[in-house]
Ligand binder design. Structure first.
Ligand code: NDP
Ligand code: OXD
Length: 290
């Protein structure tokens, strides 16, 4: 794409002080601090928690997130699948197929089912629009009000409106960034505020979930199902309690990826902007932590 660029790989980094831009997702601890000429950190994806966690990082070096149609479509497709699979009870047809049984079960109207999004940023909005287009009632919760929502979507903001938001979510989708404020968000307090029998989908970060609280909420029947793509420890250890549960669907952090081409394009574009005194696209606010 840009033959003039001197590209280094982890096995062949050369003189570290020559490196001007770093493309990464979970950099080796201390690496950022060793790159004294660094002008841009380009995240290969949307989440930057692992980059911000490197305390050797110079906070003045801007970080750009990679947001593209592939990651947005990937996330909207994954969340759409998870909502529909549970809402339409598709698992029963998989069982019926194995038993060669033909059992038609009436499908409720999606308008009777509310999907709530905790976090309605670059990926949350793509998912919300997809579910609204499928006829589901939608609501979202964020720090500030945002534009571009379908007109029927109910919007809630801030701690004061969290309970009101949760009370109406038949499905809750966590698409918050991982910050000091949001770590452990999916815990007892949130589960207790959801309607009995809700479905919880976590596609954000494993550390949003308090695992013991989820198991207790599933055991008590307060939560009917959880769909989890992200985990505190990845890969999820073979001995982990989640694997054996019929009421938890597990995928190995595959919900969405940005395309390699757009990571390259956005890196080149952002570096050019920085050289001209500008800022990267989808720049991270280091103080807010996302
Ligand atoms: P954005 O940064 O674009 O959006 C974040 C949203 O969360 C905004 O609506 C923001 O509200 C809201 N928010 C942040 N802090 C709070 C808070 N304290 N209280 C209430 N709302 C808050 O995130 P993305 O959409 O790009 O990414 C969402 C998540 O998806 C991230 O955790 C990311 O790591 C994860 N991810 C997972 C992937 C996977 O394959 N599983 C792939 C890609 C991303 P406001 O704008 O008002 O501040
Ligand atoms: C991301 C991810 O942050 O893949 O993009 O989780």
């Amino acid at each position: 794409m840009a033959p003039e660029v001197d590209v280094r790989t982890p096995k062949c980094m050369g003189e570290l002080t020559q490196i001007e831009a770093l493309i990464c997702w979970k950099p080796e601890a201390g690496l950022l601090g060793s790159l004294s000429s660094l002008r841009l950190i380009q995240a290969t994806g949307a989440g930057v928690d692992a980059i911000l966690a490197d305390t050797s990082r110079d906070p003045a070096v801007p970080i750009g997130r990679t947001i593209d149609v592939e990651i947005a479509h990937g996330m909207a497709g994954y969340v759409g699948w998870a909502v529909l699979d549970h809402f339409r009870g598709m698992s029963r047809y998989r069982v019926d197929q194995a038993a060669r049984q033909w059992n038609q079960v009436e499908t409720p109207s999606p308008a009777t089912h509310t999907v709530g999004f905790a976090g309605v940023g670059a990926l949350g909005i793509a998912c919300l629009r997809e579910l609204a287009a499928q006829g589901f009632a939608t609501r979202c919760w964020s720090r500030q009000t945002r534009g571009g929502l379908p007109s029927e979507t109910e919007q809630f903001t801030g701690a004061a409106e969290l309970d009101g938001f949760l009370r109406g979510c038949n499905t809750l989708v966590c698409l918050l960034p991982l910050t000091g404020e949001t770590r452990g968000f999916l815990g007892k307090r949130v589960f207790d505020a959801l309607p009995v029998g809700a479905h919880v989908i976590n596609v954000a970060r494993g550390e949003h979930l308090v695992e013991a609280d989820l198991l207790a909420a599933l055991d008590s029947g307060r939560i009917a199902r959880a769909t989890l793509d992200v985990f505190t420890q990845e890969p999820l250890p073979a001995a982990h309690a989640f694997w054996g549960r019929g009421d938890i669907s597990i995928t190995p952090h595959i919900a969405a990826r940005a395309g390699a081409r757009s990571v390259a394009e956005q890196t080149l574009m952002n570096l050019a902007a920085i050289r001209q005194g500008g800022t990267p696209r989808h720049a991270v606010d280091s103080r807010a932590g996302y």
